[in-house]
Design a protein around this ligand. Sequence first.
Ligand code: PEP
Ligand code: MN
Length: 338
Amino acid sequence: MIIIMQSHASDEQVHGVEERLAAMGLRPHVSRGIERTVIGAIGDERVVDEEALEALPGVERVVRVMKPYKIVARESHDRDTVVQVGDVAIGGRTIQVIAGPCSVETPEQMAAAAAGVAAAGCRLMRGGAFKPRTSPYAFQGVGVEGLEMMREAARLHGLPIVTELMDVRLLDTFLEHGVDVIQIGTRNMQNFDLLKAVGRTHTPVILKRGLSATVAEWLMAAEYIAAGGNHNIIFCERGVRTFENAYRNMLDVTAIPVLKRETHLPVIIDPSHAGGKAWMVPALARAAIAAGADGLLVEMHPTPAQAWSDADQALSPEELRDLMAELRGIARVLGREI
Ligand code: PEP
Ligand code: MN
């Protein structure tokens, strides 16, 4: 950390900053130039409150040198992390496509969905039993019963299940129902109590990007989970909110290489919630894989027009199968497989 003093800062003020840094556990090194004095502070600056330093008399600006995140940073772990979900590896050479309906509806719908997921060659299944809906009058999810329906349907095909946790009080229920991957949704990316709670488990977590979260905020949200001891984190970009309203959200493909540089953890893309229309999904999915994503989270419904939520963006089982075939070709070019 570097503290830049104001041009007229007195020796007493410089000394005051030195003392404060020492009290924070950092070692100060004063450099006096012709126009300014700067103080370099050596030590773990992550624990330092930068605003408290900036408020000291004579201080002009505080510049951080270290990244505010530690465990999730590429700096701390050079090799790509592979998150293991049973036998399924996320983040390795194999690209994983997680598919399934937006919402769990009925045992029949889930049975047909699981069959479609497996037939397309996907190795994990998604489905929401608890739904974060914009309107309180919209379908809110079938609840705990949905976990049972999904567990049962997925078991028949040996598919691990991915489902969204919205309420910290339901964490134990999720674990008791054998949820394999906990999804933290866009609207909860900065629900810090929820992040801390899943951080105390060892269950893999898909952390979706907040509606208008910066990459740095997203990385810090992941750091909350990692700081609790759970390093099984997968980032999921699902589109961000912009001025554009021709589609639901803008898929931030740029975030893929940026995250890959900043973190060693796997990165997947949700093309369904980005585009918001089924016809956009293949193009966005191709772009994501070409840009280096480790996988996809795709909505697929046995009968899309009858879906209880997000009907417009669900692929049919046949469309999912065709997409998988297309993606295999792209993966091959990249030296990967699906
Ligand atoms: C979902 O995946 O069903 C979902 C609600 O996504 P998001 O949190 O990205 O809106
Ligand atoms: Mn959805």
